[in-house]
Design a protein around this ligand. Structure first.
Ligand SMILES: [Zn+2]
Ligand SMILES: [Zn+2]
Length: 163
């Protein structure tokens, strides 16, 4: 979706609002996927000589838990506001994905925000115990606690230390 920002500066007649579905299922994100279409909404208001652009989206991310490798799905509500000055699109290193004519690629902006907001390491839950080194199943798995944890020499050492 392309939003003509230059036109908002030159012919403003009230807030501009757009909503569209973005398809990022073929995009290469680090450590996760965005398989479902994402509803992206964008509003632009001209105020005090600046265009205030607000972008909202709630991508549903699919990934493998970094500890137990289970597939997980998590949503990330994203809301970002940008102040755009007239002529920002002519900057050599424009912060936003503009064409030289002042047209903003909102879908590309939505993709960049997902990259910024979603961590590349995700867990199925904060207290995921990961995989058991003995049986390879997700813990708790019923295996006895690891040897090191019950090593009698260690408990003697602990006693000495606490004395
Ligand atoms: Zn996990
Ligand atoms: Zn086990």
């Amino acid at each position: 979706m392309i939003l003509d920002i230059r036109r908002i500066f030159s012919a403003y007649d009230g807030p501009v609002g757009r909503e569209f579905e973005a398809d990022f299922s073929q995009e290469d994100f680090p450590g996760y996927r965005v398989p479902d279409k994402v509803l992206v909404s964008v509003t632009a208001v001209l105020e005090g000589g600046l265009v205030m652009l607000t972008l909202r989206e709630t991508p549903c991310v699919e990934a493998e838990c970094a500890r137990c490798l289970d597939t997980l799905r998590q949503t990330f509500p994203i809301e970002r506001t940008y102040d755009i000055r007239k002529g920002d699109w002519e900057e050599e290193e424009a912060e936003l994905p503009f064409s030289p004519e002042g047209r903003l690629d909102v879908e590309e902006l939505a993709r960049e925000e997902i990259l910024l907001e979603v961590p590349s390491v995700l867990l199925c839950s904060e207290d995921c115990l990961g995989l058991c080194p003995v049986c390879g199943q997700k813990r708790p798995c019923g295996c006895a606690p690891r040897e090191a944890e019950t090593d009698p020499r260690l408990s003697v050492l602990k006693q000495l230390l606490s004395d």
